[in-house]
Design a protein around this ligand. Structure first.
Ligand code: ZN
Length: 309
């Protein structure tokens, strides 16, 4: 058990170190711009109270836009949003720049057990590389089955019950019941809102079963940061460590019959110098005595092991 655990722990430690290093230097996007992000739970002032939660709820997802750059920020409190700066445009460059801003738990009336106020925005708003609509592909964050296609939403549920929601897309390329694979195109970033329009962005939710709470919308921010970092800085595929290599763990086969005790040196005979590993050194009195003691211990140990079989 310990032998399996130790290599796994070592790999995990290495991954953690790699992730920490990536976080400290999160890389640059396609335009050479360094990716930066505000801490989780820090919302636009006046937009509610966020959840300070650094947990990556779903490690290893594909970032849900096919290519970067992309910008996570509030669409309602951002430029051009309903509560944003007056007379501002949703295409303001501020909306298409770093740092990212968390907007999980932003003021809304939805029941949200994990939000400090108990209600809030269910996921994260993400803008694509540019303000254009119907251009940038949204891709599946994970393998799964399309469990709902609404007038402006697509739900994809994977085998473990985790559900990913993609809202406001056009050119929806999947239908209910489809099995999709991680990275598969599912629609384009747009402003669909069931007949009316919102700003051009992808709203992304993750719904999971949380112990003691039930199926709830969980924070997506750190999960998205991890996946975006992977998009900007693809890492070599992690080789599955698998079971530890079989080397010296096989039980030693029993010695052939010729090694039976009857053929062993008698206890009085000194151990053969050639077997000691320091045969070329002239044996002094003390080293000879030491060799005798060690030799007796080795012979004793061999006998005990044989007796034990
Ligand atoms: Zn939203």
């Amino acid at each position: 058990m310990m032998r399996r655990f130790a290599p796994a722990l070592a790999v995990l430690t290495m991954l953690t170190v790699a992730r920490a290093a990536a976080g400290a230097d999160a890389g640059v996007d396609a335009g050479g711009v360094p990716f930066t992000y505000d801490p989780p739970g820090k919302l636009v002032p006046g937009s509610g109270k966020g959840r300070d939660d650094s947990k990556v709820y779903v490690p290893g997802i594909r970032f849900p836009m096919e290519s970067g750059p992309a910008y996570a920020n509030s669409q309602v409190w951002g430029h051009g949003g309903g509560s944003g700066p007056k007379n501002s445009s949703q295409c303001d460059k501020e909306n298409f720049s770093y740092p990212w801003h968390d907007n999980y738990c932003e003021s809304r009336s939805w029941d949200m057990p994990l939000c400090p106020s108990g209600t809030g925005h269910q996921g994260q708003d993400i803008r694509a590389a540019t303000c254009e609509k119907d251009v940038h592909w949204v891709v599946a964050a994970s393998d799964g089955k399309v469990t709902n296609v609404g007038s402006y939403s697509v739900y994809i549920t994977r085998d473990d019950g985790t559900r990913f929601d993609y809202l406001h897309m056009s050119n929806v390329a999947v239908k209910e019941g489809d099995e999709v694979t991680r990275g598969q195109r599912i629609g384009k970033v747009s402003n669909q809102f069931g007949g009316s329009a919102t700003t051009v962005h992808l709203h992304f939710n993750i719904k999971q079963n949380v112990a003691g709470v039930g199926m709830v919308f969980v924070p997506t921010y750190m999960t998205l940061i991890e996946s975006y970092d992977d998009l900007l800085n693809p890492k070599p595929p992690v080789v599955d460590a698998g079971p530890p290599p079989v080397t010296t763990t096989e039980p030693t086969p029993p010695p052939p019959p010729k090694d039976r005790p009857t053929e062993e040196p008698t206890p009085e005979a000194p151990p053969a110098a050639a077997e000691s590993g320091c045969a070329s050194a002239p044996a002094s009195a003390s080293s000879g005595a030491f060799a005798l003691v060690v030799g007796a211990m080795v012979v004793g140990a061999i006998r005990r092991r044989r007796a034990a079989r």
